[in-house]
Design a binder for this molecule. Structure first.
Ligand SMILES: [Mg+2]
Length: 169
């Protein structure tokens, strides 16, 4: 079970994800979480540095879609602003939405990486399908109530992963 919760890599921010390295590893498709990965929860603006990272990714030819469990108009407005396709509500960690995302991007699972800030949705969902996964530290401490509960479990998982030297930071 711990293996399924283990991200391939762990970064402080999506901006630190090295696009050139992903290219070298044959990655073409990026499935990216919305809340607290691209935009602070409860805010509407994607921080400038993240917009720049996304622009660079698009320039380098990555195919990108946003996969969110959030189905509000706020989510679709943000996706529109970023000019990226949004699949929501995704029901992560269930597999269906990840499969739809791969199909939409027209990439193979081997060429795809999932980037998100939650172990029990983004990372578990990606790992179950054998996709590469990247965990990022949430942009904002603002969370929904059930997420706050999951964060406690996440801290335990991260501690265990660190103890076993499985976390690539
Ligand atoms: Mg999130």
């Amino acid at each position: 079970m711990l293996r399924l919760l283990c991200p391939g890599k762990y970064y402080d921010s999506i901006c630190e994800v090295d696009l050139a390295e992903l290219k070298r590893r044959g990655i073409d498709g990026l499935i990216i979480d919305l809340d607290n990965t691209l935009v602070p929860r409860y805010e509407r603006e994607t921080p400038q540095r993240i917009r720049r990272w996304l622009q660079e990714a698009i320039l380098q030819g990555f195919r990108i879609c946003i996969l969110s469990n959030n189905w509000t108009t706020r989510a679709s407005k943000i996706a529109n602003q970023l000019k990226l396709p949004l699949l929501a509500p995704a029901g992560k960690p269930r597999q269906g939405a990840f499969l739809r995302a791969i199909k939409l991007l027209d990439v193979s699972p081997e060429q795809t990486v999932v980037i998100g800030d939650q172990i029990f949705t983004d990372i578990l969902g990606g790992n179950r399908l054998g996709l590469k996964t990247i965990l990022v530290v949430p942009i904002s401490p603002q969370e929904m109530l059930h997420t706050k509960f999951l964060r406690r479990l996440e801290r335990l998982v991260l501690k265990k992963l660190r103890e076993r030297n499985l976390l690539k930071e």
